[in-house]
Design a protein around this ligand. Structure first.
Ligand code: GH3
Ligand code: MG
Ligand code: MG
Ligand code: MG
Length: 314
């Protein structure tokens, strides 16, 4: 990886740990919100919700790093809000710290069983609540960074193979459930070994990052997933997408790549970097396997290579 890109990534990762944390305070009483606000507003971005329902809405749109949650509130109580949050993929990892006037062990146990990370009694001691929040926020930010490192390819910034496998599972089940077509595009850079040999490995890495950027620009739908499959091979997952429209997208991508005009004097198809692509699709059912869909796209990619490269086979 070029050193500048490496340093940039390092800085990016570091800033994930040092950025200003976002806290949501949920309480039906203004005075309680105010007390906590005064403790945290200097070092945190603090948001407030006066009911469980409002807290849920806020978290779905804009998940905070931590929630300080009252238990007794009219309508939905704090325990119920916490259970909802823990049940949704998008919000499950937000640490919830209960702050409550209740202090009996049964209530504490119920709060922890509901998914609470901690249980703090009112009236709060500012130093204690600050210290507990700090611990949980540190862990949360470290968890976010770890997840990013585990699921991202560092060279291109794309999803890696592990991340792709998770998305593939999810979109496969989605398309099976709704009887929709799931399309896959496998692509491979043409004569990339020659590219490395001519321009050097560092320039090769830069080329991979440029191909990744081109992919990202061309597959922008929320359900599209673009990942580095390995080496100089990439994969795109298009959920709810028919074969012909996937093939059209592939063809557009092929043109977009040529338009980038990255010089490749040793290529035998063009004087620029080009892609060969294979497309396959399926309406998943229990008899089909994910591996077979990948194999079908791979076979088409092989066909595209045999057809002279810089083309799409579907
Ligand atoms: P074809 O048109 O048939 O695909 O030929 P090719 O040369 O692209 O295919 P081959 O599989 O022989 O070579 C792939 C090359 O990709 C070899 C390898 O050094 C290079 N490569 C794989 N991963 C990386 C990487 O992370 N960085 C760089 N610079 N090169 C890589
Ligand atoms: Mg209350
Ligand atoms: Mg290859
Ligand atoms: Mg290749």
């Amino acid at each position: 990886m070029p050193i500048s890109k490496y340093l940039e990534a390092l800085q990016d990762n570091l800033s994930m740990l040092t950025r200003r944390p976002r806290i949501l305070i949920v309480d039906d009483q203004a005075i309680n919100i105010q007390t906590l606000y005064q403790i945290f507003s200097e070092d945190h971005d603090v948001f407030m919700a006066t009911s469980g329902q409002k807290a849920l809405e806020f978290c779905r749109q804009n998940p905070p790093d931590l929630i300080l949650m009252d238990i007794i509130m009219p309508g939905m109580d704090g325990l119920e809000v916490c259970q909802h949050l823990k049940g949704e993929e998008h919000t499950a990892d937000i640490p919830v710290l209960f702050v409550t006037a209740q202090s009996d062990p049964d209530e504490e146990s119920r709060a922890l069983m509901a998914g609470g990370m901690d249980f703090i009694s009112k009236p709060v001691n500012p130093d204690v609540v600050r210290a507990r929040v700090k611990t949980h926020i540190t862990l949360k930010l470290q968890r976010d960074l770890l997840r990013k490192l585990v699921y991202t390819d560092p060279l291109t910034g794309l999803a890696n193979r592990r991340s792709f496998d998770d998305s593939f599972d999810r979109e496969w089940r989605h398309c099976q459930r709704y009887g929709k077509s799931l399309a896959i595009l496998m692509l491979d850079i043409d004569y990339f070994k020659k590219y490395n040999d001519h321009y050097g490995h560092q320039e090769g890495d830069r080329c991979l990052a440029a191909v990744a950027a081109c992919l990202q620009a061309n597959f922008g739908r929320p359900h599209d997933v673009v990942a580095r499959f390995g080496g100089e091979e990439f994969i795109c997952l298009m959920s709810e997408c028919e074969l012909t429209s996937a093939a059209n997208k592939a063809e557009n991508l092929r043109h977009a790549m040529m338009a980038m005009a990255i010089p490749h004097v040793d290529s035998q198809v063009a004087q620029v970097v080009t892609l060969s692509m294979g497309v396959a699709s399926i309406v998943p059912n229990d008899k089909h396997s994910k591996a077979a869909l990948i194999a079908a796209a791979d076979a088409k990619l092989y066909e595209a290579k045999n057809n002279g490269r810089n083309c799409v086979a579907s």
